[in-house]
Write a protein that binds this ligand. Structure first.
Ligand code: BGC
Length: 895
């Protein structure tokens, strides 16, 4: 069966081409698209085009404003089969008739209502809505869509998006359309500075409804001076502080006024809306030692609590939010800093369903005061930009599965229209560094092309004319800079989005911004030809700097070494981008600049023998991953990295700069067995440390909760920060081996690197062509591999033996003898510390010695080889040990 699915048409604006995508599926193999034909409602017909393109196809077509069109596509394949699909597209508005209506006197929240009659048969009715603030729209008492906190968060000083909803079926003869408006990002509290009124002081509502009748006539109904404004039950609302409602409140009419607005800032909504994506039941009801009444939802999420109650008129119900309970089991919200995250409701004595309209919280626990409630009546509504879930990995090792689920949950919680650092404390900003390190991982997990396009539009619109950037986008402050990783997002992220989705649009949109950022970086270069000044975050939050130094957050790796490595990488990306867009002069220029910075970095930061200025894991990783080290120095650096890890018993010490590349690098240099140890370590610092402590999202700090159960000090301690979740990129690209040869995965690289401890792994990534699958299973000495290659793509499959296959779409299975990553043997020269560093070795020797050599006593001979230790058990000790070692090495082999 040959089928076409996922057909999508994207309208960006009237001066841009439409973009179209579709995917193909078939039960045959080696399927390639031969031709396509696109037809749009009598206004466009491409004719049959012989082409295998199916991603972001652009068509230029003159479209009317405020119209609904049906687009059709018909595709044929190399078997002569045909498949079709159709979809709807709505255009935007060009002529803005609606006014921004506000109450004459400023109030916390208001509802703007318009009543109108419809007298003829309606063909289609398209509603355009937005607000200065956040809003929801009702038509005849029902919400017009599921949007939460529309118009979401853009750099409002430059862009205000409007939402487009088909309301054809909701219209009646007599209609009532209303928008209820709150403060949101517009004038509520935002950012770590807790600024208010950042974009303005007054909230306002806008709408424009285009009704097309069956007789061909059209009516436009819009917000104007006939709109009635009332206050409403929302007494207070703020994203950080929470919301207060009085359910007894009856709306009182308030005089209205029109706020002048520059319509050129208004834009068609670019990415998916924020919606409720899941509703969680309460997992547990807890009365804490302090006597707090707490509901545990089991997972750390972003959203709000919905509660059904029946209380007395005037009773006050309070809902507070927290991510964790403290060591003693009490409600712990100190790490939210100034965010009160408290919702309050004054009851009207009826049975009520309580939930806030204009706020959200990051939480797992809710403390509910003021009412007795049934746990079945308490739910958590999870919100997120409604992105398609495109990737996942399952393994035979449960703690790792939990980590993967936590990473994806963390992304959901931080993808509320803007890629934020965290969703709970008084911060929730689009930190550029966090977005940079997690970008590719995010794209594997969820379809993030439009999400990032929109965010990069904001980044570009806020960039200084001289190229510097705010470290948070949308910005909340003055002050622009060129800080490595954070600023480099301007260059790296467009390229990642291009690679992951094969659509040049993002590169075209961002090209000048990318160049401008690199020009700005050049201003920090001195006579040495390298960046040597300017604010830097370094290897943010790494563990290798003396924790007693005042600025230990930046880590121990030389700040300007980090800066120059990322600068070089950005120059390299710029050159590649210029090549893709056919800008040949720029390609050469940036290639030269790149080579120059690499050469100068080598001179300044490496010794002749290949040592690098900072003896840190991050310095080694960056030198290797970004090819900064000379070819003949790589081996020295690999050894140094290995040694450094070994000294830390295979624990990482890396921060934001090093962590995303640590395991990728280890795998690339042939040390996947070490990578797997670092990944699978359960003690601090490592990813599974948090998993073992019940984490359901990824923490900001490796030690958010200390080994003794104490909470790390609260000033910067989020339990939902996705940055370190970038390790999932290693799982997709290296362990499952799902990587790309060509942008968009038109040509796929499937190169798995099995991990002995993970007997079974299966992963998939639903790329823009279709679902790519890769799995392996270790069965004794054999590893079985299975791959699925989507239609209209090809793949190069490389097995660990080096065996390579060029294949087309369909399913492919192989098996080959397992190559033991773990070729290390335990000998009489093995030191105690080596056993500590290698949990498999420790387990093997402990089993083989019947517990004689075990996890507890091994630390007392850390600096002693087993040969010496054997002497302590008498003359034939060495013989006994040899026997133990033989058995241990056998166990190790089969582990
Ligand atoms: C944020 C980070 C961010 C950092 C940079 C923190 O407060 O939560 O994730 O990148 O500041 O200074």
């Amino acid at each position: 069966m040959f089928e076409l699915n996922g057909f999508k048409v994207k309208f960006d604006s009237f001066d841009r081409p439409l973009r179209l995508w579709w995917k193909l599926t078939s039960d045959k193999s080696e399927v390639v698209q031969e031709s396509y034909r696109i037809v749009i409602d009598g206004i466009y017909d491409s004719g049959v085009i012989r082409s295998d393109e199916s991603v972001a196809i652009r068509i230029n077509v003159l479209l009317d404003e405020a119209r609904k069109y049906t687009a059709k596509v018909e595709v044929t394949n190399n078997y002569g089969e045909t498949a079709t699909a159709e979809t709807t597209l709505y255009t935007g508005i060009k002529n803005f008739k609606g006014k921004f209506i506000a109450p004459k006197e400023k109030i916390e929240s208001f509802t703007a209502t318009k009543r109108f009659d419809i007298r003829k048969k309606v063909k289609s009715a398209i509603l355009y809505t937005t607000a200065l603030g956040v809003y929801f729209a009702n038509l005849n008492g029902e919400r017009v869509n599921g949007d939460i906190l529309a118009p979401f968060w853009t750099s409002y000083n430059n862009t205000l998006e409007y939402q487009v909803t088909d309301v054809t079926d909701a219209l009646r003869e007599n209609n009532e359309l209303s928008l209820s408006v709150g403060k949101g990002w517009y004038n509520g509290t935002i950012g770590f500075l807790c600024v208010e009124n950042y974009y303005g002081t007054e909230n306002a509502a806008f709408f424009q409804l285009h009704v097309l009748y069956e007789d061909g006539e059209e009516d436009v109904i819009y917000s104007d001076n006939t709109v009635e404004i009332c206050d409403n039950k929302v007494l207070y609302n703020d994203l950080f502080m929470g919301e207060k409602q009085d359910l007894n409140k009856v709306g009182v009419k308030i005089e209205q006024k029109v706020i002048e607005y520059d319509y050129s800032k208004m834009a068609y909504q670019k990415n998916e809306p924020v919606r409720i994506i899941k509703v969680l039941d309460a997992a547990k009801y807890i009365v804490t030692p302090k006597g707090e009444h707490v509901v545990d939802f089991g997972k750390n999420i972003t959203g709000f609590v919905k509660l059904k109650v029946k209380g007395n008129k005037g009773d006050v119900v309070t809902v507070k939010h927290a991510e964790i309970l403290d060591k003693d089991g009490n409600f712990y919200a100190e790490n939210l800093r100034r965010a009160k995250a408290t919702d309050e409701y004054i009851l009207d004595g009826e049975e009520d369903i309580l939930y806030p309209n204009f706020t959200f919280h990051g939480f797992r626990y809710a403390e509910i005061e003021g009412i007795d409630f049934d746990i079945n009546d308490v739910k958590a509504c999870v919100i997120m930009s409604e992105l398609e879930d495109t990737g996942n990995i399952e393994t035979s090792y449960e703690p790792l599965n939990t980590l993967i689920a936590n990473i994806k949950r963390g992304q959901r919680g931080n993808f509320v229209d803007v890629p934020t650092d965290c969703p709970q404390r008084d911060e929730r900003c689009g930190w550029t560094g966090d977005a940079n390190v997690f970008g590719r991982s995010a794209c594997y997990n969820y379809f993030s092309e439009f999400f990032y396009e929109k965010w990069l539009d904001d980044l570009r619109s806020e960039q200084a004319p001289t190229g510097e950037l705010s470290p948070v986008v949308p910005t909340i402050q003055d002050g622009k800079e060129c800080a490595a990783i954070w600023g480099d997002v301007a260059v790296s992220l467009p390229y990642v989005v291009y690679e992951m989705y094969g659509d040049k649009t993002v590169l075209e949109n961002q090209y000048e911004s990318m160049r401008s950022y690199l020009f700005a970086c050049e201003r920090y270069i001195d006579d040495s030809g390298l960046i040597t000044s300017g604010h830097q975050y370094g290897d943010w939050l790494s563990l290798d700097r003396d924790q007693l130094t005042a600025d230990n957050s930046v880590g121990a790796t030389d700040l300007y070494f980090v800066a120059n490595v990322f600068f070089a990488n950005s120059l390299n990306i710029m050159s590649k981008t210029a090549n893709i867009l056919g800008r040949n002069e720029d390609e050469t220029l940036y290639r030269q600049k790149y080579e120059n910075v690499v050469a100068k970095t080598r001179d300044a930061y490496f010794t002749k023998t290949g040592r690098v200025v900072s003896d840190t894991q991050t310095a080694y990783v960056l030198s290797l991953f970004f090819n900064i080290a000379r070819e003949d120095q790589r081996n020295v650096l690999v050894e140094l990295l290995k040694e450094n890890l070994f000294e830390h018993c295979n624990h990482l010490t890396t921060g934001f700069a090093g962590t995303p590349f640590l395991l990728l690098t280890l795998c690339d240099v042939g040390l996947n067995d070490v990578a797997s140890k670092v990944l699978l370590t359960h003690d601090y610092p490592g990813w599974l440390y948090a998993v073992d402590r019940g984490a359901t999202t990824v923490w900001e700090r490796w030690n958010g909760i200390l080994p003794n159960g104490d909470v790390h000090e609260p000033s910067m301690n989020s339990f939902n920060h996705y940055s370190y979740g970038s390790v999932i990129e290693y799982l997709y690209r290296k362990v499952c081996g799902i990587d790309l040869v060509n942008a968009g995965f038109k040509k796929i690289l499937l190169k798995p690197n099995p991990i002995n401890k993970l007997k079974k792994v299966s992963g998939h990534y639903n790329c823009v062509y279709g679902d790519i699958k890769s799995s392996y299973e270790i069965k004794d000495d054999v590893v079985e591999y299975k791959f699925t290659v989507p239609c209209n793509t090809t793949a190069t499959i490389v097995l660990p033996s080096g065996e390579t296959y060029e294949v087309g779409s369909g399913e492919h299975s192989y098996s080959e003898k397992r190559i033991k990553a773990n070729s290390i043997k335990i000998t009489l020269n093995t030191f105690g510390k080596e056993l500590i560093a290698n949990p498999d070795m420790l387990e093997a020797i402990s089993q083989a010695s019947g517990g004689l050599i075990n996890a507890t006593n091994v630390s007392s001979f850390k600096e002693m080889p087993l040969g010496i230790l054997s002497k302590y058990i008498g003359e034939n000790g060495e013989e006994i040990f040899k026997g133990i070692l033989e058995r241990a090495n056998y166990l190790l082999e089969t582990m």
